[in-house]
Every structure is written in structure tokens, then in C-alpha cells.
Write a protein that binds this ligand. Sequence first.
Ligand code: CAA
Length: 385
Amino acid sequence: MQLLYELDEEKTLFRKSVRDFSEQVIRPQTDHMWETGEFPYDIVRRMGELGIMGIPFPEEYGGAGGDYLAYAIAVEEIARVDGSCAITVEAHTSLGAGAFYYYGTEEQKQEWLVPLAQGKILGSFGLTEPEAGSDAGNTQTKAELADGEWVINGTKCFITNPGTEMSGVVTVTVVTGVREDGRKEISNIYVPKGTPGYNIAPKYKKMGWHASDTRELNFEDCRVPEGNLIGKRGEGFKQFMDCLDGGRIAIAALSVGNAQGAFEESLKYAKERVQFKQLIGKFQAIQFKLADMATDIEIARDITYKAAAMRDAHVPHTKEAAMAKLFASEMCMRTTTQAVQVFGGYGFMDEYPVSRFFRDAKILEIGEGTSEVQRMVIARELGLK
Ligand code: CAA
């Protein structure tokens, strides 16, 4: 029997290839991205050429024909070096392209999934709204059918990838009616960039992930063809929750990578920094921090890979995805906090990577479902609804 934590040769080589790319291509640009917030077009284009923008999709749809575990490994390796690049890949793959892959018609897949998976365009998914954050079912954005077109009105916030030169399409959750049980009927509709009435606000200024593209979107009598509905009318919430199960595994992988990057910096520093006439790594206080960090990361990686393997096996994994996301993101916050502590005052300085890893960590406990939402999901899966 193959043990989960023993990656086969193919996956081990794949991890090495993404690590090499991250070290050689991404690492030299991390200072620039952090300081300027400029979107890394050259990196994203090169990732497209290498198949990194469509890892879990079949080759017939422009993807790399890999599985979800391979995708999680890639996100982890990219996050080990840079969070902005990692979230760009993650939101594009799990949410932007995922909506077309899991629920699109053959025609929609040919038109949109192929260029998305090839990395020729970037995809986004708009669920969150000013009044619908954790309470995602409280979507206010509406779409009404008129003369064979959906007319969309509303606002989405905190959306990743919509405003770059490469952005091609956003899929939004919209209220299309009222269900028999009185709840909102929520559907998914895609809107190509450039559609009149689809307005994209300037980039937010953020605590971390400086170079990723995050914006508010506004729809003002925005008309798209009736055929832009993705999947069945009224199943949009379920579809998005399923995409989010996958997204949460990828955020867990991003957390593992971010924590690993911070840990490696701290370990190296502990072997260089001298205080009280000896290397700080000789003090038990520092050794214990590093031992705890290494242990925490290992556990988070295992639960993340387990959830990814379950998604690949097409077995229910809502609970495991939530557990992986919850544990890994909180682990990442703990680890990066300790990484800054190991560096002392230097860790508070912007030019030290641990300071960036720390700032990038906080959003991992919030995006794609807060820690509190993950606990709700886990409790419900335990039969406590
Ligand atoms: N897979 C498939 N279907 C699911 C599901 C899952 N994991 N979870 C729930 N559903 C279905 C339910 O079966 C139910 O179906 P019916 O209506 O047919 O009964 C429907 O979805 C509604 O489920 P609930 O009644 O459980 O919904 P709820 O209103 O109680 O909310 C919640 C549940 C867990 C709190 C959910 O709202 C949630 O996850 N909130 C957090 C949202 C979130 O993660 N937001 C971040 C998005 S990221 C973003 O938008 C930014 C970006 O750039 C992408």
C-alpha cells in the first residue's frame, strides 16, 4: 500500500520543477512585487506556458492533465516563495476556471476553459458582496431575464484577478428568483471583461499579497446572453460551494507553502545570528520554536494532501477540505508569528521576507471562508446542524 505522504516519482519530480521555477523566476522579483504592487505579467505568462495555470484540467481542455494533488503541490511551492503569485494561480484555477470545468457546457468549455487553462486569459469568481461575506447565501446581486438576455445589477467585493490586462471573464452568483421554500434562487452567470455595464474598480490597497489583483466589481444594467448561465438555474450556490471545497484545499496548500517559506528563513537565521556569544539556534527557546513550526507544517501538509487525494478520488470531502483550510491557515499564522519572533526587530522590517510571510498569512484565515465558517462547516458535517 502506498502511504499518502510518500509522493510517487512523478509528483516528486513535478514538485522539483515548480520549486526550480519559483526559485529561478519568481524569487528575483519578490522585492519588486512587494514594493510596487505591480502585477507580475511575465511570471503569469510563463506559468501559462509551463501548464501551471491549468494543472487539474484535462489536456483536451487546454490543461496539463494533472490531478488536484499535483495542483496543491504547485500552489504550495509557489507560496513558499511568493504569496501574490500563489493566490493568482489559486483563484484562477479553483474558482475562475473551475466553474467552467465542473459545470460548463461543452461549448462553454471550448470557448472559455481552453484559454483559461492555457493561461492565455485569467479567470475570476465573484461570490462575496458587501452584505454577503460569511453569509454567502444573502447575495443581493440580481439578474433578470429580458428579451433573451440577463440584466445584472449589483456589487461584488474582494474579487481576485478581474482587472489585469490578462483578465478575461468573471462568473458571478446572482439572484434569479425565489425558490418554493421562500429562499433566494441563486444561479451562476459569466460576464466577459469589456461587457458594457460591467465596471471594475481600482485595485484595493492590502495588508499583504501586494501584487495580486483584488477589486470591487459593479454591475449596472449589464446585459449578457441567456446562454451565459453556468449549469442549472437555481444551483449556483451549491456549485459555488463545491468549487469552494476545492478552493479551500488550495488555500490550505498556500498556507503550508507560506509557513514553509517563513520556517526556512528562521532556521537559516538561527544558524547565523549570534547573541550572548553563541548562535541563537543553540538556545532551547529558539530550538523549541523551530521544532514546533516544523511539526505544525508537517501535520498541515498531510491533512492538505489527504483532502486533495479525496477530491481526486471523487469521494465526499467537504469536512476534510474545511479541516485542512482551518488547520493550515491557523498553523500558518502561528508559524509566521514565531518566525518574526526569531528575527526579533529585523523581523518587523519590510525588507525581511518573514515580515511579508507574516502579513500574507492573515488573509488565509479569512479568504474562501473564515476560520469561523470552517468550524461551522465541520460542526455541520459532524451532524450538529
Ligand atoms: N457542496 C455542495 N453543495 C453544498 C455545499 C458543498 N460543500 N455546502 C452547502 N451546499 C448546498 C446545500 O446542500 C444547500 O442546498 P439546498 O439549498 O438545495 O438545500 C445549499 O448549498 C445551501 O446550503 P446551506 O443551507 O448550508 O447554506 P447557508 O446559507 O447556511 O451557508 C455557509 C453555509 C457554510 C455559511 C456558506 O455560506 C459559506 O461557506 N460561507 C462562506 C463563503 C465563503 O467562503 N466566501 C469566500 C468566497 S471567496 C470570494 O468570493 C473572493 C474571490 O476572489 C473568489
